[in-house]
Design a protein around this ligand. Structure first.
Ligand code: UT7
Length: 324
């Protein structure tokens, strides 16, 4: 028997304010037609003034914990994936830990931009597999709209705010793809592409927060190749086939990337959970938000095989194969 990290609960939170494309078209030289046609995005959610990443994270965490019939006292580890922490330090995870009322446990942030949730899931899985903790809360939370230059139409239409969370609990498996829990994670990075998708500020370089800059076409080109590769990697590692996968829960950057990844993999497009139309790109939050959507609407059921994949700034990319 081997240790497995089993998903005991999934939760999410979206801010109240919905911003449709038309609202952006009134501010910058863009149109609903362009945004829908090139990205699939119809609207995004935006955090209110005074609403921070930690607030979204805590709400998503509380939802996931209630779904798992647990509370903060049951947790040994909190990992928050975010690119938009409340402050440069301490970690946003510290605020989540304090709010959940469990002093003394391990809590830290992981920064891998849009791949952050897959990275954080992998880190927590390894803590559980090593026997260091029995349970973990993994959160992807972002107020990404705070990094946008609202005069730059090439980026400001693409992103939104939100948070999603999963609760992991140690379980046992036989070491096959039939086990419940995280079957494997696969992480990659290539810093030669640092400048392709970045924020031009930071405490060490400019002492400002900065704004997002992206060479969209280049990122797109790398995304379709890297995502298909890391999906194949997860499938081959676990000796399953693409047909065994019940749901692809991808990072939601662009509808065309999702379609093209499914096409490259010969995956039935009906098996892809898509939220980019409603949420836009919420960076580290997009996978747990999409997972929550699939679980909440009843598409994703216990025992099913779910494949997550993401690609983001760095570049970073990776996948996780999970039996729910
Ligand atoms: O989450 C991390 C990973 N991120 C991604 O995976 C994003 C990957 N990239 C993309 O999703 C796409 O490249 C974008 C959606 C960012 C851009 O779509 P595109 O089809 O690659 O457009 P483009 O950058 O090649 O631009 C085409 C045209 C340009 O005009 P010209 O030079 O042809 O006259 C842009 O200036 O579209 C123009 N354009 C816009 N027009 C109206 C760019 N943004 C807009 C806009 N509204 N918002």
């Amino acid at each position: 028997m081997i240790r497995r990290s089993v998903i005991a609960g999934v939760g999410a939170y979206l801010p109240e304010r919905v911003v449709p494309n038309a609202e952006l078209a009134a501010k910058v030289d863009t149109s609903d037609d362009w945004i829908v046609e090139r990205t699939g995005i119809k609207q995004r959610y935006m955090a209110a003034e005074g609403e921070f990443t930690s607030h979204l994270a805590i709400k998503a965490a509380t939802h996931a914990l209630s779904r798992a019939n647990m509370d903060g006292k049951d947790l040994d580890l909190i990992v928050v994936a975010t690119t938009t922490p409340d402050n440069t330090f301490p970690a946003t995870a510290a605020k989540v830990q304090a709010a959940l009322g469990r002093s003394g446990i391990i809590a830290f942030d992981v920064q891998a931009v849009c791949s952050g949730f897959v990275y954080a899931l992998s880190v927590a899985d390894n803590f559980i597999k090593a026997g260091q903790v029995e349970s973990a809360l993994v959160i992807g939370a972002e107020t990404f709209t705070r990094l946008l230059d609202w005069n730059d139409r090439t980026t400001c239409v693409l992103f939104g705010d939100g948070a999603g969370a999963v609760v992991l609990q140690a379980g046992q498996g036989e070491g096959t793809a039939k086990d419940r829990g995280i079957l494997s994670t696969h992480l990659h990075s290539d810093g030669r592409y640092y400048d392709m998708l970045m924020v031009d500020g930071g405490p060490s370089s400019t002492q400002t927060t900065g704004h997002v800059h992206m060479k969209g076409r280049e990122v797109f080109r790398h995304a379709v190749v890297n995502l298909a590769d890391t999906v194949r990697e997860a499938i081959e590692h676990n000796q399953v086939t693409i047909d065994d996968v019940d749901w692809l829960v991808p990072h939601q950057a662009n509808r065309r990337i999702l379609d093209s990844t499914a096409d490259k993999l010969n995956l039935d497009p009906a098996k892809v959970i898509i939220t980019v139309d409603q949420h836009a790109n919420t960076s580290a939050a997009s996978i747990p938000l999409a997972l929550n959507q699939g679980v909440t609407d009843g598409r994703i059921k216990p025992g099913q095989l779910v494949l997550m994949e993401a690609m983001g700034g760095g570049f970073t990319w990776g996948s996780a194969l999970v039996r729910m």
